[in-house]
Write a protein that binds this ligand. Structure first.
Ligand SMILES: Cc1ncc(C[n+]2csc(CCOP(=O)(O)OP(=O)(O)O)c2C)c(N)n1
Ligand SMILES: [Mg+2]
Length: 368
């Protein structure tokens, strides 16, 4: 959708059908988060309404999405009642994972216009009634909004930091993320209103992506605020590009969400390996030797460097970063290692098992 530059055409089709819309990790921003028909991101860490809407739907129109396992969960149990219209520019994608009932190969910018025309022609006589469907979805929305709990160790919550970066920067900013928990929180808690506001390595999931991606975005669009939302692990893969930024006057802003660990791996060790933590401590954060010390490292690269350890200091640091345009800024946000990404569908099971929080699976609770 983003590569096809078809966001306007998507909006037209969505509004004429009244259908709920979800945006995959790669498509965040293709449809405005503020739009009332937007249910959020689907998949392993998607919103409960988005995950269960796909699961319960009788018709899925997939526009350039590829049914990867992070969206479908166990593919054989994905959206069991749905007929699938699958549109893609690459014929190899069609029916690769989920058999398409209606395969369409083409450029989304053209196909969306044709679909909209076809829908209008049919609905002029028989308009589908989806009021009951929407009341089911609104119920999920009310009951299961995106949220988080405050960490019990007294350290900052990473979700709060990321949410404030989004709110203070606004929808004209560009946000590039690394890979891990911070990436999922950046996808969930920053609100995207336009295509290309979100740059992210989906699919391959390459740690180290965010600093170079932010650098490229800032060169392409120097008038925008460009953030790299990075993990303490990811940042250690490509932070040497800060030299390129400083020497070439590319003033990006880097927010290190420093949980002192390979947090996404640690989360799986917590949930699925009884908390046996193996090789996930990075010793970069609270109460550690801080090797490397990200503030000293950033200063060595000619950046403005700030360390933030308390929530009351978050806004001031973000504002300083937004006001600084003569050199890169690196903020070391020292956050709790215990925060987890929710909702979550455990790997390899049906999306109907989506958990809103630990041991809380709405679809199954409702059946009880
Ligand atoms: C190059 C590379 N190595 C390993 C992985 C597997 N992996 C995915 S997320 C992650 C942890 C990332 O840690 P950090 O950057 O600190 O992010 P956090 O999850 O703590 O937010 C790892 C090791 C990967 N995606 N890419
Ligand atoms: Mg980390």
């Amino acid at each position: 959708m983003i590569r096809a530059q078809a966001a306007d055409e998507l909006r037209t089709l969505a509004e004429s059908t009244g259908a709920p819309v979800v945006t995959t990790l790669m498509a965040r921003g293709a449809f405005p988060d503020s739009h009332p028909q937007h249910l959020g991101m689907p998949g392993m860490h998607g919103t409960v309404p988005a995950v269960l809407a796909l699961q319960e739907a009788d018709l899925l129109v997939s526009l350039g999405a590829r049914f990867d396992d992070r969206v479908t969960g166990k593919a054989a149990l994905f959206a069991p009642n749905a007929q699938v219209v699958h549109v893609d520019i690459d014929p190899a994608e069609i029916s690769k994972i989920r058999t398409a009932d209606v395969p369409i190969v083409g450029d989304l910018k053209d196909v969306l216009v044709d679909l909209d025309g076809a829908f209008r022609a049919v609905s002029a006589t028989t308009k589908p009634d989806i009021a009951e469907w929407w009341s089911f979805l609104e119920g999920l929305r009310d009951e299961f909004p995106l949220g988080y709990t405050q960490p019990s160790d007294g350290l900052m919550s990473p979700q709060y930091v990321i949410q404030r970066i989004g709110e203070l920067t606004g929808p004209e900013g560009v946000f590039a993320a690394g890979v891990g928990q911070h990436q999922m929180w950046a996808a969930q808690f920053i609100k995207y209103e336009r295509p290309n506001a979100w740059l992210n390595s989906g699919g391959a999931g390459t740690m180290g992506y965010s600093v170079p991606a932010a650098m490229g975005a800032k060169v392409a669009q120097p008038d925008r605020h460009v953030w790299a939302i990075d993990g303490d692990g990811c940042f250690q893969m490509t932070n040497q590009e800060l030299a390129t930024c400083t020497i070439n006057n590319i003033p990006i802003k880097v927010a290190i969400i420093n949980n002192s660990s390979l947090g996404m791996v640690r989360q799986w060790q917590t949930l699925f390996y009884d908390g046996r933590y193996s090789n996930t401590d990075l010793n970069t954060g609270h109460d550690t030797v801080r090797i490397p010390d990200f503030v000293k490292l950033a200063e060595a690269y000619g950046c403005l460097a700030i360390r933030v350890e308390k929530e009351e200091d978050v806004d001031a640091a973000i504002k300083t970063a937004l006001e600084t345009n003569d050199r890169p800024v690196v903020i070391d946000f020292v956050v709790s290692a215990d925060a987890m990404v929710w909702p979550m569908v455990p790997q390899g099971v049906s999306n109907s098992y989506v958990q809103y929080a630990r041991d809380h699976a709405p679809a199954f609770d409702q059946e009880d």
